[in-house]
Design a protein around this ligand. Structure first.
Ligand code: GDP
Ligand code: IMO
Ligand code: MG
Length: 430
C-alpha cells in the first residue's frame, strides 16, 4: 500500500485540501479510504478548502482526511500548532457532525502562542516597505523559536508545572522584544490560565504520534502526507525572503511525519491550471488585466485564511519544472481547469527572458526572478463548460491539448483533473 505525499507545486492554494479529501474518501481516486492523513509542516497559515457531502470547510490545522470515520488524522511533528485556532476549528467540525475521535496531535509539534502572533505583526511593520505579507499567524516567530530552542511544544501542555517553569523564563525575554517594537507585553498568569484551558480541551488528542505512523506504514496501510503551501514559498528553495518558515517540499514529509525517506512511494504535485499567490515577492506571470479579473472572480481567488485577494497569473511551466525537480512528482493533480472555461486563449510560460536578453527555462535565484520577463506560448481556449466533465473524453479537445502540454513541460503524468470544488468533480486519468 502506498505512502503518498500530496504537495503544492506553485505558490500555495493549489487545491491540496480538495485533492486530499478526494483521495482520502472511499469513492476517491485510490479505490478505498485512506487509513491515515498526516499534516507534516506549517501551521494555521494554511487554508485548505474542502467541499463534500458534509458541507464546505476551510481547514487550517486539522488534516483534510478528517471527514472519513476511521481515517486517522495526525497533526505531525513538523507542524506548529496554535491551540486557540485548533480548538475553534475542532468545535466547528464537531458542530457539523464530524467525529474527532481519530485526531491526534504530535507531542513534538511546537506551540504558536499569543506572543508569536503579536511578534509576526510587529516584525512585519518593522520591515517597512519590504513586508513579506505574512498571514500574521505567528508562523515565522514560532519556527524561529523552535530553531533557537526557545519553543514550547504541545507535549508541554501535558505537564503544566514544566510549562509554567518554561514560560517564566521565555515570556520575559519575549516581552522585552515586544516592548522594543512598541507592542503590548503579555501577562504570565493570564497566559498560564489560557494554557490550562487549552490543555483541558486538547489533552485527549495529544500523543506521541510516531508509534501510530510507524504501525500504519509497517502494516502496509494507505498513508497520505498532506503538504501546506507550495514550493515557491519553501524556506530554502522559494522566493526568499518572501517565503514561509517551513519546507513544503515532499522531502520534508518523512521528517515532519516521522518516517524514513524511502517510505514515501508516490509524490503527487497539486497544480492549479493557472497561478495564484498571496503576499509579496516575485511572480513572473502575474496579470493585472481583465484576465486577472476573470480568474479572481470565477476562481473565487480570495485567501482562505486572510480573505486577501489573491494575485493571479498564467501557468508557469518553468516553476513547474523546478517543482518537479525538487519534489520528484510521480503524478500531478491539476485543479480548477473549469475556471479557464470561456477564455479565448491561454498563455503558458515556457521560459524567462533575463535582463541580458538571454532566455532560460531554468529557475534563477529569487533576486533575478524579480527581473525576468515571461516568454509565452499561446494555446486556444474553449467555450464549452468543463464543470460537468467526469471522463477525459468529456473534455474539449483544446483542454486536452493544454493538459498534455502541462505534462510535457512538467515532466510528470497527470493522474487527476479537477473541474469543480466538490469532492466528485474530478476526472481520473486511466
Ligand atoms: P489549498 O490551500 O491548496 O488547499 O487550496 P485553497 O483551499 O486555499 O484554494 C483552492 C480553492 O479552489 C478553494 O476555494 C477550493 O474550493 C477551490 N477549488 C479546488 N479545486 C477546484 C476546481 O477544480 N474548480 C473550482 N472552480 N474550484 C476549485
Ligand atoms: P495553503 O496551505 C497561500 C504565504 C503568505 C506569505 C508567505 C509567508 O493554504 O496553501 P507565513 O504566514 O507563512 O509566514 O507567510 O507565505 N502563505 C500562503 N499563501 N497559501 C497558504 O497556505 C499560505 N501560507 C502562507 O501569504 O506570502
Ligand atoms: Mg489555501
Amino acid at each position: 500500500m502506498p505512502t503518498i505525499a500530496i504537495v503544492g507545486a506553485q505558490w500555495g492554494d493549489e487545491g491540496k485540501g480538495r485533492v486530499v479529501d478526494y483521495l482520502a474518501s472511499p469513492a476517491g481516486g485510490l479505490g478505498k479510504a485512506a487509513d491515515m492523513v498526516v499534516r507534516f509542516q506549517g501551521g494555521d497559515n494554511a487554508g485548505h478548502t474542502v467541499v463534500n457531502p458534509l458541507g464546505e470547510f476551510k481547514l487550517h490545522l486539522v488534516p483534510s482526511g478528517i471527514f472519513n470515520r476511521g481515517t486517522q488524522c495526525i497533526i505531525g511533528t513538523g507542524c506548529v500548532v496554535n491551540p486557540e485556532t485548533l480548538i475553534a476549528e475542532m468545535d466547528a467540525l464537531r458542530a457539523a457532525g464530524v467525529s474527532l475521535d481519530d485526531l491526534f496531535i504530535s507531542t513534538r509539534a511546537h506551540l504558536t502562542l499569543p506572543y508569536h502572533r503579536q511578534l509576526d505583526g510587529l516584525e512585519e511593520s518593522a520591515r517597512g516597505g519590504k513586508a513579506i505579507g505574512t498571514t500574521q499567524r505567528g508562523i515565522g516567530p514560532t519556527y524561529a523559536d523552535k530553531a533557537a530552542r526557545w519553543g514550547l511544544r504541545t507535549g508541554d501542555l501535558l505537564n503544566l508545572d514544566r510549562l509554567r517553569e518554561r514560560l517564566a523564563v521565555v515570556l520575559p525575554a519575549k516581552n522585552r522584544v515586544i516592548d522594543h517594537f512598541g507592542g503590548e507585553p503579555i501577562d504570565l498568569d493570564t497566559l498560564i490560565a489560557r494554557c490550562l484551558h487549552w490543555a483541558e480541551h486538547l489533552r485527549p488528542h495529544i500523543t506521541d504520534t510516531l508509534p501510530l505512523v510507524r504501525a500504519a506504514v509497517e502494516a502496509d496501510r494507505t498513508v497520505l502526507l498532506e503538504g501546506q503551501l507550495g514550493v515557491m514559498r519553501d524556506l530554502d528553495w522559494g522566493v526568499y525572503p518572501y517565503v514561509t518558515s517551513s519546507n513544503p517540499l515532499a522531502s520534508f514529509g518523512p521528517v515532519g511525519a516521522g518516517l524514513p525517506a524511502r517510505a514515501v512511494t508516490e509524490v503527487i504535485g497539486v497544480v492549479k491550471a493557472y497561478v495564484t499567490a498571496v503576499g509579496a515577492g516575485p511572480f513572473p506571470t502575474e496579470l493585472t488585466d481583465a484576465t486577472c479579473d476573470h480568474l479572481r472572480r470565477v476562481g473565487g481567488e480570495y485567501g482562505a485564511t486572510t480573505g486577501r485577494p489573491r494575485r493571479c497569473g498564467w501557468l508557469d511551466a518553468v516553476a513547474l519544472d523546478y517543482a518537479n525537480w525538487l519534489n520528484g512528482f510521480t503524478g500531478l493533480a491539476v485543479t480548477k481547469l473549469d475556471v479557464l472555461d470561456g477564455l479565448p486563449e491561454l498563455k503558458l510560460c515556457t521560459g524567462y527572458r533575463l535582463p541580458s536578453g538571454e532566455v532560460t527555462s531554468r529557475m534563477p535565484d529569487p533576486a533575478t526572478l524579480g527581473t525576468v520577463e515571461p516568454v509565452y506560448e499561446t494555446w486556444p481556449g474553449w467555450e464549452r463548460s468543463t464543470g460537468n466533465a467526469r471522463r477525459w473524453s468529456d473534455l474539449p479537445v483544446e483542454a486536452q491539448r493544454y493538459l498534455h502540454r502541462i505534462e510535457e513541460l512538467t515532466g510528470a503524468p497527470i493522474r487527476w483533473v479537477s473541474v469543480g470544488p466538490e469532492q466528485g468533480a474530478m476526472i481520473p486519468m486511466m
